[in-house]
Design a protein. Structure first.
Ligand code: G1P
Length: 310
């Protein structure tokens, strides 16, 4: 449902400069976005999601230690040649897919000054158009559309659009949290009246958490450049969006997401994402599911026998 002549976002920004400390030591030398989920690095799922939503111009915000990201979306001539000579067409296609997804650009965030600062690094590339932001370690299940409804909502309402998801109250302090009010006749869309980044226990206005998808109005750059360091001493995107809810001119709406989302920077969520995607995998899915079903009923699967915990 598109009811206005507002321009649709064409570009996607993918902040991927974080240190990945929750996943050490795996992320000591490898960017967390490159950790494989079955047979693709996490960030490839995010790029594929953007491209499926029509966002083929992508800007990745990287930092030190992130060269592997650039290599992944670039050509690898020697590998392609070797696979071609062997006639290994399947693997050749898989390798080529990562470099044909869209137009992937890179800019480095010189200092780790927070998500808001990372988004600000995209200003020259984005210009004066609405744009999407996809956090590099948040995976949204392919079967549960989120970005398209957000792009539609941005065209209907203008302003900024954030993705919201209900979480158990005891987890809300891990997220940006939104105060909302209903919007008439617009399904899962709500008006955001206030935002707090990682609220202290008891101070959350709701249990609606911001998850890693945004469609932003370019006026956010001006707000970000005036945003003072907030939680954790970092420039927070949530704080700039909170200012936007107050300023009255460019507001914020939320799209409530009810599907599956995985934070691949979190070990438990990463394992869940891996399992769900593995059982659906075209080549290994059936066998893996069969094995899993058998194994789960064994003493080791039941946790009553087996090797010591790591
Ligand atoms: C960031 C945002 C936070 C949001 C979260 C979603 O936090 O600052 O508002 O809820 O992503 O994943 P981070 O997880 O980078 O600390």
């Amino acid at each position: 449902m598109i009811t206005s002549g507002r321009p649709r976002a064409q570009k996607a920004v993918i902040p991927a400069a974080g240190l990945g400390t929750r996943f050490l030591p795996a992320t000591k030398a490898i960017p967390k976005e490159m950790l494989p989920v079955v047979d693709k690095p996490a960030i490839q799922y995010v790029v594929e999601e953007a491209v499926r939503a029509g966002l083929t111009n992508l800007l990745t915000i990287t930092g030190r230690n992130k060269v592997a990201l650039e290599n992944h979306f670039d050509r690898h001539w020697e590998l392609e040649q070797a696979l071609e000579q062997k006639g290994d067409v399947n693997r050749l296609r898989r390798v080529q897919k990562s470099q044909m997804l869209g137009e992937v650009h890179f800019v480095r965030q010189g200092e780790p000054r927070g998500l808001g600062h990372a988004v600000l690094c995209a200003q020259a590339h984005v210009g004066q158009e609405p744009f999407a932001v996809l956090l590099g370690d948040d995976l949204i299940d392919e079967g549960d559309p989120l970005l398209e409804p957000m792009l539609d909502a941005q065209q209907r309402h203008g302003g900024n659009v954030i993705a919201l998801m209900e979480v158990p109250p005891e987890q809300i302090h891990l997220y940006g949290c939104a105060a909302v009010e209903p919007v008439d006749n617009d399904g899962d869309v709500v008006r955001v009246t206030g935002l707090v980044e990682k609220p202290a226990p008891g101070e959350a206005p709701s249990n609606l958490a911001i998850i890693g998808r945004y469609v932003l109005d370019p006026s956010i750059f001006d707000l970000l450049s005036r945003t003072q360091p907030g939680r954790g001493g970092e420039i927070q995107l949530t704080d700039a969006l909170a200012e936007s809810t107050r300023s009255g001119e460019v507001g914020v709406v939320g799209v409530i997401f009810k599907g599956h989302r995985y934070d691949t920077g979190d070990r438990l969520d990463y394992l869940k994402a891996m399992t769900r995607l593995a059982v659906r995998h075209r080549e290994v899915g059936d066998e893996f599911r069969e094995w899993l079903l058998e194994w789960v009923n064994t003493p080791e699967g039941q946790g009553t026998e087996g090797s010591a915990p790591h």
